[in-house]
Design a protein around this ligand. Structure first.
Ligand code: CA
Length: 231
């Protein structure tokens, strides 16, 4: 598995890179935002937000604009607002410095197993060929593509890996209310300790991309459900 490590602190980059390599990861390291945007993102990006040349958020947005690669943000800024902002920008997860190496590896494994496996590896049987349809919305788990039919034309909806999983989870049982904790457990991880606001941030992102906020209805005191908006 190829990891793009974006970190300007040489001591962190050195020890983290070494630890990751010892676990079998193929690590490429860059120390600036500009180099991160130009580099091949590989299978997962570890992105330090505090970079010398660019705001880490802009780097995150730029990588996400051209790739669906899972992005794990590494931040020294622990404030919840920053965390949610990081996720709204298309990051899939984050760790706050200082963090444990084992925690980081668990998160890498979690975000990468939720997206399409690298070429050469078989598609898990449970996901193969599964297409979820709700009105004009089509979610293809095999190709990891979402399209929406607008006036007879299938238009691609570019979702991040987490947005995709969240939408697919709601679409598995369209109309059913899913609780925030159910959503977190299925889309993130059972041992996710982040803010539940993260779910709201992702829902907001999906609504925007689907072009109609009515697709995902908030169920007060419970969570969310997928509803086909009346045309
Ligand atoms: Ca830094």
């Amino acid at each position: 598995m190829q990891v793009l490590l974006v970190e300007d602190d040489p001591s962190i980059a050195g020890s983290l890179g070494e630890s990751l390599r010892s676990q079998g990861f193929d690590v490429r390291h860059v120390a600036t935002g500009r180099a991160a945007i130009e580099a091949d993102p590989g299978d997962v990006v570890l992105l330090d937000l505090g970079l010398p040349d660019m705001d880490g958020y802009d780097v995150c947005r730029a990588i996400r604009a051209r790739s669906a690669v899972p992005i794990i943000v590494i931040t020294a800024r622990g404030e919840e607002l920053d965390r949610v902002l990081g996720l709204e920008l298309g990051a899939d997860d984050y760790v706050v410095k200082p963090f444990g190496f084992r925690e980081l590896v668990a998160r890498i494994r979690a975000v990468t197993r939720r997206v399409a496996p690298p070429s050469g590896e078989p598609v898990p049987a449970a996901d193969a060929g599964e297409v979820l349809v709700a009105g004009p919305l089509r979610i293809d788990r095999r190709t990891h593509r979402v399209t929406i039919d607008i006036d007879g034309v299938a238009t691609a909806v570019p979702l991040t890996p987490k947005e995709f999983e969240l939408l697919a989870f709601l679409a598995e049982d369209a109309g059913a209310a899913r609780t925030r904790s159910d959503i977190i457990e299925h889309v993130w991880d059972a041992n996710w300790f982040g803010p539940t606001k993260t779910v709201d941030a992702h829902v907001a992102g999906i609504r925007k991309k689907l072009g109609d906020g009515r697709w995902i209805e908030a169920v007060r005191g419970v969570g969310f459900r997928l509803e086909v908006p009346p045309s």
